[in-house]
Design a protein around this ligand. Structure first.
Ligand code: ADP
Ligand code: MG
Length: 284
């Protein structure tokens, strides 16, 4: 019987187009599903999207994708990445906790729930420090704080932004000149690249103009990335590593991974590997 894959999106980017192309090449039945057009019955476990053997969740909006996956999994549908994986990876604090529990090195992080204690946490971590929103991507609102004057103002602004921003996630700045993006699919690291910040920014995100260079997948990169992927539930993941004084640390794990920069740098056929994994995974 032919498998049917549903690709859930809220924005069709280059990445989704490549997945569609790869499916056509492999003669895989793949349908695009616009998350914004769905009306799902939360009180019925059997209706909606039952024709799909697997749903590839590619919604860019964290909350949209997350709650959609929760409903679909409740209907017994197979979603990749899973709700559990998305929940942990999409929230930097939950990721930190999962990594820490598994003894995986990650930058020292303090969390405060009010202005004064946030400033204390910053003093404790020491300047320069990094403040991040719990939920976010593309480096957005990830701030490098050089002194207490800037800290006070950033914390003040965060307090005005809404409930999640009042949970102040404060991190040591790792003295890393570049970071490493390792692309994990199931039990394999299929490609890796170094990313360097470009010009006036300190963040290495490709979306912010970061430049990429191919990175050899060393045993250390492989072992650490796979271990990190495993503790968040596994799947198709972008594991970001920073180079600290004593070795590599895991900065974050991305669950709706863009792969344009990685493909242009490494020439690895990521979309085909993703589809192979989805199909193999269903046979298990
Ligand atoms: N603790 C840190 N030390 C050094 N650089 C960091 C640290 N945290 C983040 N960065 C830099 O900022 C970028 C964006 O931060 P990240 O945590 O990956 O957030 P996002 O999910 O928005 O990409 C990283 O790719 C890295 O270049
Ligand atoms: Mg990142």
């Amino acid at each position: 019987m032919k498998l049917k894959i549903g690709l859930i999106y809220d924005r069709i980017s280059w990445n989704e187009k490549q997945l569609v192309k790869a499916a056509a090449k492999k003669k895989i039945d793949l349908n695009l599903i616009d998350a914004k057009r769905l009306s799902l019955t939360a009180t019925d476990c059997n209706s909606d999207l039952q024709e799909y053997d697997v749903l590839l969740q590619r919604s860019v909006s964290y909350f949209r994708g997350l709650y959609l996956s929760a409903i679909l999994e409740n209907k017994g549908l197979h979603v990749i990445n899973s709700f559990e994986t998305a929940q942990t990876c999409g929230n930097k604090l939950l990721t930190t906790l999962a990594l820490t529990k598994a003894n995986i090195p990650t930058p020292k992080t303090l969390v405060s729930f009010a202005e004064d204690s946030a400033l204390e946490s910053l003093n404790d971590v020491g300047y320069p420090a990094v403040i991040k929103p719990l939920v976010g991507s593309w480096g957005r609102l990830v701030s490098l704080i050089n002194d207490e004057i800037v800290a006070t103002s950033v914390i003040e602004h965060k307090e005005m932004l809404g409930p999640l921003h009042k949970i102040h996630y404060i991190q040591e700045k790792v003295p890393s000149k570049r970071d490493i993006r390792a692309f994990v699919i199931g039990d394999d690291v299929v490609a890796a690249m170094y990313r360097k910040a470009n010009g006036g920014d300190w963040r290495t995100n490709i979306a912010r103009g970061g430049t990429a260079k191919i990175c050899e997948i060393t045993p250390e990169i492989k072992e650490l990335s796979l271990k990190a992927a495993k503790v968040v539930g596994g799947g198709i993941l972008g594991v970001d590593l920073l180079e600290d004084k004593e070795g590599l640390v895991v900065n974050e794990i991305n669950h709706t991974v863009e792969f344009k920069g990685l493909m242009e740098t490494t020439f690895v056929e990521i979309p085909e590997l993703i589809l192979d994994y989805v199909i193999e995974h269903l046979k298990d």
